[in-house]
Design a protein around this ligand. Sequence first.
Ligand code: ADP
Ligand code: TRP
Length: 323
Amino acid sequence: MKVLSGIQPTGLPHWGNYFGAIQQYIALQGNEQAFYFIADLHALTTIRDSATLAQNSADAALDLLALGLEPEKATLFRQSDVPEVTELTWLLLTITQMHLLEKCVSYKDKKERGIAADAGLFTYPVLMASDILIYDSEVVPVGADQIQHLEVTRDIAKRFNSLFGETFVLPAPHVLDSSAKVPGTDGEKMSKSYNNTIPIFETPKRLKKLINRIRTDSTPVEDPKDPDRCAVFDLYRLFASPEEQTQLADRYREGGMGYGDAKGLLYESAMEYFAAAFERRDDLKKRPDDVKDILKSGAATARARAREVVDRAKHACGLSCFL
Ligand code: ADP
Ligand code: TRP
């Protein structure tokens, strides 16, 4: 199975990103093809500060490797290191119908809010189609918010195939486990846009502070509490063993326990859960050249695959390739 996914380097990865996406990418590594890339060209539609984009991209590589992505089992690269992707994007743009892009949520949202959108944002889904089709990807693990983009990818591939003959493999989305909708500190879905995130690689002090900030109700300490209606418990569930979860749920129901105790347990279990990742990240940080080598070698593998597919597409639509 050929698996591919991209991650935008738009900021510190948080618990929602890990349990909702990264953990599942890592579970799919070791497949016949497992390609994961840092979508820096996509991030360019929102980040306009060069130092921030460069730093975020470098950090994203460190984060993924620290969280368990193994270069022997998965190819990790930066999107911008595969220029073939932008080459294919043009071919795809020429056959992409405007109405497909006009209905895409991120563009529509901006337009409806009266914010001027750039052509890059409008054509964002075509670059994404190119990312996917260029490696003959079969399975694309994504969050529910990306399904629309996958449909556009399939529509573009179908149209190209019907105009120029079978060229692209039609990819299928692999929708990530939606039960892993991780709540943020305000109890709503954790998201960078809501300013309620708990970043994975946070200092212990900051982590404690963020956990203390998690919103709870005002049930007095002595009263019984409902673990199923508490963001602290929802988060604890992600880290704790089934026995630990039952133990804490019992303490909630019995009463006599304050939310502060539950927050303390959450802090400890999260620290323990990510301890190895923290260590790996610290170690990788001391070896920036090794990380660069991983990305370079990933890009070389990806480019070889991409070249074949772009040449196939060029040939199909009448652009001869001499090289
Ligand atoms: P954010 O909302 O913080 O900007 P992204 O859109 O960059 O996060 O998220 C990348 C992927 O991480 C999403 O497609 C989704 O699969 C996953 N994800 C993000 N937040 C959550 C969450 N709170 N719960 C579950 N999965 C999430
Ligand atoms: N648009 C995706 C996101 O915001 C990132 C992305 C870019 C991607 N290209 C991709 C995901 C190709 C899957 C496949 O999360």
